[in-house]
Design a protein around this ligand. Structure first.
Ligand SMILES: Nc1ncnc2c1ncn2[C@@H]1O[C@H](COP(=O)(O)OP(=O)(O)OP(=O)(O)O)[C@@H](O)[C@H]1O
Ligand SMILES: [Mg+2]
Length: 352
């Protein structure tokens, strides 16, 4: 079932949190709402769920207008940022709750709860109360409760935030598997770009109540529309440097990159201020466009080494290279940039 937000606005008193947000989530699609803290992700999810009254705009499930419909009248599974488990019920009863409301048979309930408990590794916790569980265990109960009735729409707010690294990796693929199998349309709220990239079909990147760009993980990484997106997606992050246009090149002290023809011809003029964005994997000793400076910081990560290269003008570029460390802090080096893979941005921050 397709979910559509149309000119969705939400204010709390005089404060506008979301303004004119349009978003369509395709049938069976899983989309991530990604963005920094406070940008309005939870607010948007609550509106889709029906917990918040929207200030203006419409929300559609398929061709049904659900703008004013409360959560209990929709087949929606929700995992809240704060779990919201029933403290007086056992784990078993927490998971069974949506099925009891729906009046499933006792045998069905038992089978489905046990199945979910198996998937989420909680068989031995079923008799406990939420207060007797760790944060990560509570989070899994919340997930199980949302998934157990195979909802048409699955809404998740930071569902993996409290899990350790290993469990998080496993749950990522479990959630994705269950979502694909049940074909539910899903929204995943997260501020973790790796989670968004690895789990979702598309990402909607939000900032200050607005969607900056919607696209596939590859679009977001390789075709960011502006500096905010390029800077938010990618870890270790992209490096930016300011410069000027000179003889068809981007120029800053210690670096000169020939602009691609499509930019040279039309988009910029001589003397204009522009900036360049270089992802760390496109700066290495063997790339063609020379870059000179001093190594000012090195971080060894095992499989890869991170280097900070500071140019004479003070601009800092980051490089990531696999293998062992190839130089030391304080060394002056001449490496290269893959000029075909860098981004240029105008003064307004939009990619040229
Ligand atoms: N009930 C409320 N009353 C007033 N302001 C609110 C209310 N709920 C949220 N806000 C404000 O709306 C903005 C968006 O909040 P929201 O919870 O949607 O952010 P978020 O993107 O989910 O952030 P986080 O990643 O920290 O969870 C914030 O500035 C927040 O302070
Ligand atoms: Mg939130």
């Amino acid at each position: 079932m397709e979910i559509r937000l149309e000119k969705f606005c939400k204010s709390f008193g005089p404060v506008k949190v979301i303004e004119d947000l349009d978003l369509t989530i395709g049938d069976c699609e899983m989309i991530a709402l990604l963005g920094p803290s406070g940008c309005g992700k939870t607010t948007t999810l609550y509106a889709v769920c029906g917990i918040h009254r929207v200030t203006s705009g419409r929300i559609w499930f398929g061709d049904k207008d659900v703008t004013a419909l409360p959560p209990q009248e929709k087949n929606v599974g929700v995992v809240f940022q704060s779990f919201a488990l029933y403290p007086h019920l056992s784990v078993y009863e927490n998971i069974a709750f949506p099925l009891r409301i729906r009046k499933d048979s006792r045998a069905d309930i038992e089978r489905k709860v046990n199945e979910m408990a198996g998937v989420l590794h909680m068989e031995e916790l079923l008799d406990r109360r939420p207060g007797q569980l760790s944060g990560g265990q509570q989070q899994r109960v919340a997930l199980a409760r949302a998934l157990v009735r195979r909802p048409e729409v699955l809404l998740m707010d930071e569902p993996l935030a409290n899990l350790d690294a290993g469990l998080r990796l496993e749950m990522r693929s479990e959630i994705r598997r269950i979502q694909r199998e049940s074909g539910c349309t899903s929204i995943l709220v997260t501020h973790d770009q790796v989670e968004a990239m690895s789990m979702c079909d598309r990402i909607a990147l939000m900032n200050e109540g607005k969607i900056q760009q919607i696209g596939s993980p590859d679009d977001m990484y390789h075709r960011p529309e502006n500096k905010f997106i390029a800077g938010f997606i990618g870890n270790p992050p992209i490096s930016f440097a300011d410069g000027k246009v000179e003889d068809g090149c981007f120029v800053t002290e210690g670096l000169r990159i020939e602009l691609p023809d499509r930019i040279k011809g039309a988009a910029v003029s001589a003397g204009q201020n522009i900036s360049v964005g270089v992802r760390p994997e496109y700066l290495r000793p063997d790339f063609a466009t020379p870059i000179e400076g001093e190594i000012t910081f090195i971080e060894t990560q095992g499989r890869e080494v991170l280097y900070d290269l500071t140019l004479a003008g003070g601009q800092v570029f980051r490089s990531i290279q696999s293998g062992e460390q190839v130089c030391g802090v304080g060394d002056r080096i001449r490496w290269g940039i893959d000029a075909d893979s860098v981004f240029f941005f105008g003064e307004d921050g939009n990619r040229i």
